[in-house]
Ligand binder design. Structure first.
Ligand code: F6R
Length: 646
């Protein structure tokens, strides 16, 4: 939540032609290679806008002091504001896109917030839990506040401490000192970035339980909530630890803890390039990301077995004897990632015979769960920053469990705080509604399940090789669905006026149904619910009335335990009560046509792998329906990509 960018560059002289009055989204570089702070910050905000779009703002240090512009609403509003009221040239700047927590999405509550008589500007991601107490204290010292935010209190505190240092005759980098002192007093989760007009050429940041990465340049350095904040300018990045302060100048990056003791970050290379985070000719990031899915699954499978077909997960650095003794697996995740976990549960229990629970991270630690040294926790998170999951991971580790993260984001917190990580290689996911990350998460969780089965001897090598071979065919099968998507797109568009859509599934189709419903809720803002098909008759069937659209994820007719026949019966039951059925069936399953108003076929696959295919038409359906309603599918209302508050 909230996107944060910071930039500082060296003045390379030579009459640098960095725009004197820059409107954003113009050339990022002048003829001599000099970046302007505003260009860099605005480009970073453009890429980070998926983290929050309630307001946006920037502040830069100019020859006349701090200058700031901020505006409620999407980034385009700030762009217009900057065009109407341009900022002067600068080489030091910070920028923010907001997902509102304290205080509504107004101009006044937008960041940056100013302090120390307008000489200091500060931006913030997270929640400062003791802000009310601090506000009362600072008000008692004569400070006044203009907004309803906790951020302005943090700005006030840093400004107050800065002034105190000046008045006590302190020397040196007072902004870093002031931020260190402020962070010692703050409770909650925060990333703070501050600039002060008396220290041009310096941006200082502090973090606790909230994301921040450093980008390393040549004569310039960057800060971002994640690497997309500076991916246009450098691929060299540094991940920071908890409770650290980082000070960037054009030529230096200095890291300390909150008490000034030297600390270190870990440098890493960002493997994806800026183009991977562009729309690539599609109308929305979501559409592009749906089309990225063959690659996302393919890349996640890549390089994970040796020449003899043995599964090799090099990253899984947990002692094999510990993995052999695991007697329970707990999958922790939220939202779409939790549905990926629910799909994986069927496969992991089947392959490994280890009892597997899937739990929403925010429910987990508050119910005194039974977790110990023999529990393997699998934390699934696209962003690697979801606060609920991070807190659950910490709790599980305190109880002695080993934690494997399944994550899509290098340098993020959850993998760093886990015992091991299995990265998904879906590439950057920008659209707020998750699509390719979901399929990549299922793929990675399957690899983990197969690996455990191999290690513990639950499956023979050739059995594992067979599943891997089936998995290897999935990308082409997804592509086939994408190539033949016109009919489902049309149906989505035709149903733009639907008030409610129900989704039914059974076995692995059940979490797929819930994921289909979630996509529709978040994109089209209509009532949508996913049910286990067998549960219908226990209550939900009362919802069925004439014309009620119901999407059914039909099991393969080849599947075990006559699931197919049972779901066909469910379809008949709801049709008898007026439902309009939309069935996702396996190619060759001709029996369903007689019971469905609309049928969409996906290529045949083993039952456990079917979710990697049946999910795709549901994503396309939700995208088409929401687009027909004229909604912004990349930035649905009230949501943010990375949920870094509890
Ligand atoms: C829905 C969606 C969310 C996320 C959830 C967890 O489309 O994207 O439900 O899946 O907020 O996020 P991560 O995976 O980043 O932990």
């Amino acid at each position: 939540m909230c996107g944060i960018v910071g930039y500082v560059g060296r003045d390379r002289g030579q009459g640098s032609s960095v725009l004197d009055s820059v409107a954003p989204a113009v050339d990022q570089e002048s003829a001599d290679g000099q970046h302007g702070a505003l260009d860099v910050v605005m480009e970073g905000l453009r890429r980070l806008e998926y983290r929050g779009y309630d307001s946006a703002g920037v502040a830069v240090i100019t020859a006349d002091g701090i200058e700031s512009r901020k505006k409620a609403g999407k980034l385009t509003n700030l762009v217009e504001e900057l065009a109407a009221d341009p900022l002067p040239r600068s080489l030091t700047g910070i920028g923010h896109t907001r997902w509102a927590t304290h205080g509504g999405p107004t101009d006044q509550n937008a960041h940056p917030h100013l302090a120390d008589g307008g000489k200091l500007a500060l931006i913030h991601n997270g929640i400062i839990e003791n802000y009310a107490e601090l506000k009362a204290e600072l008000t008692g010292e004569g400070l006044t506040f203009l907004s309803d935010t906790d951020t302005e209190v943090a700005a006030g505190l840093v400004g107050y401490l800065y002034r105190g240092l000046v008045e006590s005759g302190a020397q040196g980098d007072l902004l870093t000192l002031a931020l260190q002192q402020a962070c010692q007093r703050l409770h909650g989760a925060f990333t703070l970035l501050a600039i002060h007009q008396d220290q041009p050429g310096t941006v200082v940041a502090g973090r606790r339980n909230s994301p921040l990465v450093v980008g390393l340049g040549d004569g310039e350095n960057f800060l971002g909530s994640d690497v997309s904040g500076f991916i246009d300018f450098t691929r060299r990045a540094v991940e920071l630890g908890q409770d650290q302060i980082v000070t960037i100048t054009p030529d230096d990056v200095t890291i300390t803890d909150f008490f000034g003791a030297p600390a270190e970050g870990t440098e890493f290379h960002v493997s994806w390039d800026a183009a991977a985070a562009e729309k690539g000719g599609f109308e929305s990031f979501m559409e592009k990301e749906i089309h990225d899915q063959p690659d996302a699954v393919g890349q996640t499978l890549l390089g994970r077995s040796d020449v003899s077909g043995r599964l090799v997960l090099d990253e899984l650095r947990i002692d094999e004897s510990i993995l052999r003794s695991v007697d329970k697996i707990v999958v922790l995740a939220c939202g779409t990632s939790a549905y990926a976990g629910q799909v994986a549960k069927y496969a992991i229990e089947h392959w490994c015979r280890i009892p597997t629970e899937v739990e929403l991270s925010h429910e987990f630690r508050y119910r005194d769960p039974i977790v110990n040294e023999k529990t393997l926790v699998v934390a699934i998170s696209q962003s690697g920053e979801t606060m609920d999951t991070l807190m659950a991971v910490r709790y599980a580790r305190e109880q002695g469990a080993k934690v494997v993260a399944i994550c899509n984001t290098n340098g993020s917190t959850i993998p760093r705080e886990s015992d091991a990580v299995l990265y998904t290689h879906a590439g950057p996911e920008i659209a707020v509604a998750s699509t390719k990350a979901f399929l990549a998460q299922i793929t990675a969780a399957y690899l983990l399940g197969l690996y455990l089965a191999q290690l513990r001897g639950n499956k023979f090598r050739d059995e594992i090789a067979d599943v891997l071979a089936d998995l290897a065919e999935i990308p082409a099968k997804i592509q086939a669905i994408l190539d033949d998507a016109e009919k489902i797109k049309q149906l989505g568009a035709d149903m733009a006026n639907a008030k409610s859509v129900l989704f039914l599934g059974r076995h692995v189709g059940f979490p797929v149904a819930m994921e289909g419903a979630l996509k529709l809720k978040e994109l089209a803002y209509i009532h949508a619910e996913g049910f286990a098909a067998g549960e219908l008759k226990h209550g939900p069937i009362a919802l069925i009335e004439e014309g009620q659209p119901v999407v059914v994820v039909m099991p393969s007719p080849r599947a075990r335990d006559s699931l197919h026949a049972k779901v066909v019966s469910n379809v008949q039951e709801i049709r008898a009560r007026g439902a309009v059925t939309i069935v996702i069936a396996e190619e060759g399953d001709t029996s369903v046509a007689a019971y469905s108003e609309h049928v969409f076929y996906v290529p045949a696959s083993p039952t456990l792998l079917a979710p990697l295919l049946t999910t795709v038409p549901l994503q396309i359906f939700a995208l088409a329906l929401a687009s027909a309603k004229g909604y912004d599918v990349d930035q649905p209302r009230n949501l943010a990509k990375s949920v870094t508050v509890e």
